[in-house]
Every structure is written in structure tokens, then in C-alpha cells.
Design a binder for this molecule. Structure first.
Ligand SMILES: NC(=O)c1ccc[n+]([C@@H]2O[C@H](COP(=O)([O-])OP(=O)(O)OC[C@H]3O[C@@H](n4cnc5c(N)ncnc54)[C@H](O)[C@@H]3O)[C@@H](O)[C@H]2O)c1
Length: 261
């Protein structure tokens, strides 16, 4: 029997997932049952419902929303014990009530790798005891436009002529200064040793044409260095195309006889 999926938010990421689910190839064992997006720009031949109905109809909900809406969806999912995939990992750092509301829920929570790579190694190294975790993100300067840290420090992004370190701190501090850029740091924190112990460097590089993320994880026995460069999603330059595919890959893995982790 197919597992019924509901997608909350069908912008760049949600609509890419919906297209895959409704394509001829589809995803084995999963069917798109409904979406929830009052401003949906695409039509997928399924009902567009509110969050409560999403939980009643679906076995698994996929969150693809702006961060500030995520706590509302999360609370609805947790109260109804609905399983949920979160692509906006940053919301777990920005809104601590999500973790509080989760405490008494039976919902299974999945957090895909999103724009990041190397989390398989992070999980294994965690078993050995991670001694340090760092993520360095590099983007073109205008990728940080509107970030509170940029505004508060009166940084003129158009004046950056060579690669510079804009910010250094832990993932919690990064989530406050760069809330729109912190999904990867949040994902690494959740997979690894938490936001307060995860160091974040944010670099602006006028020569960069992609968004790059390099993680360095150390333990007594292993050192992991993993770097990915992502082109922006044409539908939303703040997201990368890879993020949607990490959800597709998660679903394919969950339904596969041979599970790669
Ligand atoms: N984990 C990662 O590495 C990673 C990477 C990229 C993006 N993201 C995150 O994924 C999320 C989605 O990104 P996107 O590029 O698809 O964004 P998007 O802006 O293209 O789409 C968001 C959609 O949510 C809808 N929406 C807004 N308010 C809503 C509400 N109250 N109810 C239902 N729908 C609502 C909008 O109409 C829009 O269609 C963002 O929070 C982004 O930060 C995570």
C-alpha cells in the first residue's frame, strides 16, 4: 500500500518534490495525496488543504515552508503524531518551541541533508566522539543581503572586492545573524554535537558563482573534510537545486530494499 504524502509549501523545493512524485517514474511506495500552500504557483491535480487536513489525510508530511511558518506546521504535526520531513532545519535553531513541542509526540522526524553532504560520516564519527565540528559557507556577497548581522554592522556588500570572512561564531549565533543562510549549519548541529558546539564561518567571495559549504569534523580517530558547491535554484536563488533532491533521495532510500545510510 502506498504511503500518502502531503507537501506543506510548494515553492522551489516543494514543487520539485511534487513534480517527482507525480512524474511517470515517481517514487516507489509513495504517492502525493495533497499539498498545502495558499499561494501555490503550480497545479498538481491534488487538493490544496489546510495544515489540519494535511495531517488527517497523510501518512507523511514534507515541510518546504518559509522558516517562520515552520513552528505552526510542526505543532500541528506533533499534536497529531504525524511523521514529518523538515527541509528547513534552521527553524529548529530559530524557534526552540519546535523542540519543546516535540517532547511528548510520537511523530517520527526526518531531516534530509539538504544543501550539505558528508552527514553519513558525521554520524559515524559521532559514535567515536566528535572533538570539533566546523562549517565554512562561502557565497557571493549579495547572497547575504538583508541579513541582520550585515544590517547591524552596517556592512556594504557591494564594496567587497575580495574574499573576506564576514562572521565567525557558533551555530546559534549564526542563526541570529544570518537566519536565511543557516540551514546547513543547523543540519550539521543536529547531526553532530549541537548548535553551541558547532563553529560557523561565513565568507563573502565576489568571485564565487556558487554557494559552497565545507565541513570539518574531528575525532581522536578520524578527520572528515567534505565540501560541496551548489548552483542556486533558478526558482529561488536563496535555495539550491540539491536541497529538493535530498528529500527525493531520502524517500527513495526509505522505500529501497537496500538502504544506504
Ligand atoms: N536544508 C537545506 O539545506 C535547505 C536548502 C535550501 C532551502 N532550505 C529551506 O527550505 C525552505 C523552502 O525553500 P524554497 O526555496 O522552496 O522556498 P520558496 O519561497 O520557494 O517556497 C515557500 C513556499 O511556502 C509557501 N507558503 C508561505 N506561507 C505558507 C503557509 N502559511 N502555508 C503554506 N504554504 C506557505 C509559499 O507560498 C511558497 O510557495 C526554506 O525555509 C529554505 O530556507 C533548506
Amino acid at each position: 500500500m502506498s504511503i500518502k504524502i502531503g507537501i506543506a509549501g510548494v515553492g522551489a523545493i516543494g514543487s520539485a518534490l511534487a513534480r517527482t512524485l507525480t512524474s511517470e517514474k515517481g517514487i516507489d511506495n509513495y504517492v502525493l495525496d495533497c499539498i498545502s500552500d495558499p499561494d501555490a504557483k503550480a497545479y498538481f491535480n491534488v487538493p490544496n488543504v489546510d495544515f489540519d487536513t494535511l495531517m488527517t489525510r497523510c501518512d507523511l508530511v514534507v515541510e518546504c515552508l518559509p522558516a517562520h511558518i515552520v513552528p505552526i506546521l510542526a505543532k500541528t504535526a506533533f499534536l497529531s503524531n504525524t511523521d514529518i520531513i523538515f527541509i528547513t532545519a534552521a527553524a529548529w535553531l530559530l524557534y526552540p518551541q519546535i523542540a519543546d513541542n516535540y517532547k511528548n509526540s510520537q511523530s517520527r522526524v526526518y531531516i534530509p541533508s539538504g544543501a550539505l553532504c558528508g552527514l553519513d560520516g558525521v554520524r559515524a564519527i559521532k559514535e567515536l566522539g566528535i572533538t570539533s565540528a566546523k562549517i565554512a559557507s562561502t557565497k557571493p556577497p549579495l547572497g547575504f543581503k538583508g541579513a541582520p548581522y550585515i544590517i547591524e554592522n552596517d556592512i556594504d556588500l557591494t564594496d567587497i572586492k575580495e574574499k573576506i570572512l564576514l562572521f565567525e561564531g557558533n551555530a546559534l549565533e549564526a542563526s541570529k545573524g544570518f537566519p536565511a543562510n543557516v540551514n546547513v549549519a543547523a543540519t550539521l548541529s543536529l547531526a553532530g554535537i549541537g548548535a553551541e558546539n558547532t563553529r560557523v564561518e561565513i565568507w563573502a567571495d565576489p568571485q564565487a558563482i556558487s554557494n559552497a559549504h565545507e565541513i570539518t569534523i574531528k575525532s581522536e580517530y578520524s578527520t572528515l573534510v567534505s565540501k560541496i558547491e551548489n548552483m542556486p535554484d533558478p526558482m529561488n536563488p536563496k535555495s539550491s537545486i540539491l536541497a529538493a533532491q535530498s528529500i527525493v533521495a531520502t524517500l527513495r532510500n526509505m522505500s529501497s530494499a537496500i538502504v544506504m545510510t
